[in-house]
Design a protein around this ligand. Sequence first.
Ligand code: C5P
Length: 221
Amino acid sequence: PQLKPLAGKKAIVTSGPTHEPIDPVRYIANRSSGKQGHAIAAALAKLGAKVTLVSGPVTIPDPAGVAVTHVETAAEMLSAVEAALPVDIAVMVAAVADWRVASSANQKIKKQPGEAPPPLQLAENPDILKTVGHHVRRPGLVIGFAAETQNVEANGRKKLEAKGADLIVANDVSPETGIMGGDRNRVKLILPEGIIEWPSLAKDEVAEGLAQWVADQFPSA
Ligand code: C5P
């Protein structure tokens, strides 16, 4: 029997949103179903990789054949990712909240009749992809995503550089595309040497294609 192409390789995948608490009952978050990230974790595992999936709060089940760490906030996601290093492959798909509430309340903030709404002071969250892309234990292959609503290609290319990634998978998530929360995705692979456009595919097919692209980066034994 032929060895699976990613046998012996370790991968880490982030998926889903992060939730940043305002108080014990409220949070701010990004929109993300986790469908694409979870599918990528499963596809890498199918090709033989040992996969750790770090997932924010999602409603979809854990994929089979993958070790899953469940987290809530960006800070927790970064800790879980760094704890999994070193790995050969990192695919950062999570829609991480760019900001958290600077000092979240320990008790529920009460609505006071006649009083102005409480101000929300925000603090910047760590950029997990950027941290991994410039890490002393940087994985050999670092892949990021870019969900954009305009100038998809130009913004993706800027991200490739800024984040220290080898590949940015860019997609147009304008509401009319139906990509956000949907089952299909249309992506462009933005690479230092050029761009590869894929047609509209099921998110599972995007995941399988990406896992195969990853496998192709490793010279076969
Ligand atoms: O800068 P932007 O959020 O558009 O970049 C998207 C890419 O960066 C995705 O791969 C996402 O998972 C990653 N990211 C991250 N940590 C953040 C923000 C984005 O890992 N705080």
